[in-house]
Structure formats: C-alpha cells, structure tokens
Design a binder for this molecule. Structure first.
Ligand SMILES: C[S@@+](CC[C@H](N)C(=O)[O-])C[C@H]1O[C@@H](n2cnc3c(N)ncnc32)[C@H](O)[C@@H]1O
Length: 251
C-alpha cells in the first residue's frame, strides 16, 4: 500500500517512494532516470487547473504526461528519443526547437540530463552527451529554458528538477546554481525546493566507503526550481520606476 499523497508544505520535499501508484512501481527498472511521480503531482495540484495544457519537452518515460492526465489536465510530451518506450503519445523533437506555437502552454516541467552520466540514446542532439564541466551543456540548457518561456502563456509557472554532479578527480559541478542563474534571465523565481533522493545506490556499502575514503559527498537531494512567467499586470509603473506586483496572479 502506497503512502497517501499530500501537498508538501515546506521547501524540503520527502516521499519515500519513486512512484505513488502501485502500477508504476517498476517503471525505473525499464527506464533509468524517471522523475518521482509525487513531484509532478504536487506541482500540478498547486500551479494548474482542470484542462490546463502541461508540456514536458524532455518527457523520457512519460511521467509528467501520465500524472497530468490522471488528474484531468491535458498534456504534451516531446523527447529527442521518444522511441525508448515505444509510446505513441510522446513525439520526437529537440527541446530547443519545439513544434509548439507561442504562448500555448499552461505549465512546463523539465527534468533534463544532469551532465553525461546516463546514456539515454545515440541521438546526436541528446543533451545527455554534454558534460556539465563544459559551457556547451549550459548553452544547450539555456536554449531549452528559452523555448519553454516562448511556448508558455503569461502568468503561468514552470519547474526544473536537477541535481549537482561530482566525478572523482574532477571539479565539483554546481549545475543547480548555474541553471537557476539561466532560469532567472527569463522567469521570476517562485521558490527553491530541495527534494530528498531515495536512490538505492546511496545505501550501498561500497558507495558509502568510497565517499568517506575519497572525501566527497553522495548526492542527497535534487533542486526543484519553481519559476513564474510574468504577465503585463505584474509589472507596475510607479514614480520610482517599475516594480513587480504579484497580487493579481491567476493561481
Ligand atoms: C532525466 S530524463 C527525463 C525523465 C522523465 N521526466 C521521466 O520521468 O521519465 C531526460 C530526458 O531528456 C531527453 N533529452 C536529451 N536531450 C534532449 C533534447 N535535446 N531534446 C529533447 N529531449 C532530450 C533524454 O532522451 C531523456 O529522455
């Protein structure tokens, strides 16, 4: 029996299972890197309404579109390698150039590759081939963020879920901080959430021993950056100049 889903109320999100539905429990066995369903559920419950159109431009196994449809939202999923799971409702596209009109989408969720640890596919444009020690990764991710902004309606929200990265003998990669900086170029920050990770590897004896022996830390949390695309109403002209007033937001 799964633990009941409840809205998370602090900026530390914790739910001790990858999936909130029994039928999804095995999904991580055939797809590496699926997003925990309760994260999407929490975001959509707070930041969308019935029939809203939700977009995941890096849909992977389709967690976002499945949870969205389960709670009565419409959903669009794209991926550079949509054939991974032979799903017909995830379409092939590069997240940097989506076949979506301007200002169509009510909510965007992005769980991108975090550097090049996981081999997602042989697709040449897979961002998972780019190492986050190189600028090319951030240039690619800025294009993804910009495209999300273009496709979103004003007065709407988006979220990006990401982890920092550490590889032995290389400098630490603060991917979260860097992507947050890029997000802020296009969106207003709503909040930064720390999501507790339940990766089984974190409990493996040799992983723990290596972290102590080589003096580094295993990734205990992911960032969840929640951002807002301003509307014309939120920018208020005053005698002192412009300021942001969020009182009239849709949600
Ligand atoms: C962390 S996974 C997404 C997991 C997904 N949220 C789920 O629950 O299954 C990252 C995805 O980004 C996709 N991807 C990588 N580069 C891409 C690109 N340029 N455009 C679209 N998708 C891309 C990969 O194929 C992979 O499926």
């Amino acid at each position: 029996m799964k633990q009941k889903l409840e809205l998370q109320t602090t900026t530390l999100w914790d739910y001790p299972s990858q999936q909130h539905r029994e039928e999804d429990e095995d999904s991580h066995k055939y797809y590496t890197g699926a997003t925990p369903t309760y994260i999407i559920w929490n975001l959509l419950m707070r930041y969308t309404k019935a029939k809203d159109l939700v977009l995941d431009p890096m849909a992977g196994s389709g967690t976002t579109i499945d949870v969205a449809r389960e709670i009565g939202r419409r959903a669009l999923g794209y991926d550079i390698n949509p054939i991974a799971l032979k799903r017909r409702d995830i379409f092939k596209s590069d997240a940097r150039t989506l076949p979506v009109e301007d200002e169509k989408i009510d909510f965007v969720f992005i769980d991108p590759p975090y550097s090049d640890h996981i081999k997602y596919s042989n697709e040449p444009n897979c961002i998972g081939k780019l190492n986050a020690l190189e600028n090319e990764y951030y240039e690619a991710m800025e294009s993804v963020i910009k495209e999300a902004h273009r496709t979103m309606k004003k007065d709407r929200y988006m979220a990006l879920y990401v982890s920092d990265s550490y590889e032995k003998d290389y400098p630490f990669m603060p991917i979260g901080f860097k992507l947050f900086g890029l997000l802020e170029k296009y969106f207003l920050p709503v909040d930064i959430v720390s999501v507790k990770r339940y990766n089984k590897n974190l409990n493996k004896g040799h992983w723990k021993t290596a972290a102590i022996e080589h003096n580094y830390f295993l990734r205990g949390f992911n960032y969840l950056f929640i951002m807002y695309k301003e509307s014309d109403k939120t920018i208020v002209q005053t005698n002192e100049g412009t300021r942001v007033n969020l009182a009239d937001r849709r949600i």
